[in-house]
Design a protein around this ligand. Structure first.
Ligand SMILES: *Cc1c(COP(=O)(O)O)cnc(C)c1O
Length: 383
């Protein structure tokens, strides 16, 4: 106080310093700071020599590290880093492997945003992608060229829930000395752990199940240590870092992933079983025969020709139309007009994404209430 000479403008800044050291907070504090302080130039130099952990939040922050390293631990990967969105995690993962002049072979049923990133943005930076149906692994192998560096697919696809044969994709990659990147957003490490199967990089839109409460946009990429070091450099240099508060919220959501996912998957299985019996539903997409815990909490249906799709969406009561997924509330989306809008009509038709396709993100409400809501909406919308 004395040394500040009692001038208010200075005091208001420099007497407010609270140092968190030694305070044993049960929850991780939010390091809502753009940078970190140093006692002397030696300590500052130490950071560059790899001694200190934190310098500037774009470069690294305890909250974003907590998220990256927690997801890495759950995937049993060597290391992980958080990013500002699922898409920026994908960008960082791809650019950890591929550069100008390189080639990627990707599944033709990737998430719409990922498709766009590869097809347009990365194309403009000189990275070419060939999209092939990963349902035919001969086509994958045929698409591999001399400059191919990466195979890219999703463990469970959106919205038709095709379960990727990861072991076979990884075997092709090994044979041709390629890296494999797997988007594990829909499955989560509770259902599938691609890194343990041999994938080099695993990405998540943490906006979805990792966060789980529809209140953050975030991403994570985990994998082999040296590739994550590259991905981290891309995130730092492209400015694709996650904010401390959003990382903190995502970590808070992550704590209940097992409970949420178990409840949501069980409800999804019950709903899928019920809708399969309903004559007004032409088709139910759900990986019924996979895994004893079920394969995730998304159920996609194709409404029967006798059902008015617009009326169905209007008749769902508390089930809201939301162009995202994985929150604790049950929601529906219309893939043709949202996530898969950007695909050419032929590709939409070929994948089977028609006007009648409805993607259901099953929540944690009571299963009977969820089922009742869908059955009454079907009843109300029969033509
Ligand atoms: C939502 C989603 C993304 C993109 O994530 P954002 O957080 O929206 O950037 C990527 N892949 C899959 C499978 C997704 O569902």
């Amino acid at each position: 106080m004395d040394e500040l000479a009692g001038r208010f403008e200075t005091e208001v800044l420099h007497t407010l310093h609270k140092k968190p050291e030694g305070i044993k907070s049960k929850a991780t504090p939010i390091y809502q700071t753009s940078a970190f302080t140093f006692n002397d130039l030696d300590e500052l130099e130490g950071f560059y020599q790899g001694e200190g952990n934190y310098l500037y939040s774009r470069v690294g922050n305890p909250n974003t590290d907590e998220l990256g390293k927690s997801v890495a631990a759950l995937e049993q990967a060597q290391d992980g880093v958080a990013a500002s969105s699922g898409l920026s995690a994908i960008l960082a993962g791809v650019l950890a492997v591929a550069k100008n002049g390189d080639h990627i072979v990707a599944a033709d049923d990737l998430y719409g945003g990922s498709f766009h990133l590869l097809k347009s943005e990365l194309h403009n930076f000189g990275i070419e992608t060939t999209f092939v149906p990963f349902t035919d692994l001969n086509k994958v192998e045929e698409a591999i060229k001399e400059n191919t560096k990466l195979l890219y697919t999703e463990s469970i696809t959106n919205p038709l829930l095709r379960v990727e044969k990861l072991e076979e994709v990884i075997a092709i990659a090994r044979k041709h000395h390629l890296a494999v990147l797997v988007d594990n957003t829909f499955a989560t490490p509770m259902h599938v752990r691609p890194y343990l199967l041999g994938a080099d990089l695993v990405v998540h839109s943490a906006t979805k199940y990792i966060g789980g409460h529809s209140d953050v946009t975030a991403g994570v990429v985990v994998g082999r240590k040296e590739l994550i070091a590259e991905a981290r450099s891309r995130i730092v240099n492209l400015g694709a870092n996650l904010s401390p508060f959003e990382a903190w919220l995502t970590c808070r959501g992550l704590k209940t992933l097992a409970l949420r996912m178990r409840a949501q998957s069980e409800n999804a299985k019950l709903l899928a079983d019920q809708l399969r019996e309903n004559q007004d539903v032409a088709r139910v997409y759900y990986p019924f025969d996979k895994g004893e815990k079920g394969y995730g909490a998304i159920v996609t249906i194709e409404l029967g020709k006798n059902v008015d799709t617009d009326l169905f969406f209007k008749s769902l009561g508390w089930v809201k139309i939301v162009p995202t997924l994985a929150g604790v509330e049950t929601t529906v989306s219309h893939p043709l007009k949202t996530s898969h809008r950007a695909l050419p009509p032929e590709a939409q038709a070929e994948l089977g994404i028609t006007y009648e396709v409805v993607r259901i993100s099953v929540g944690i409400e009571h299963a009977e209430d969820i089922i009742a809501q869908f059955e009454s909406a079907l009843e109300a919308s029969v033509k």
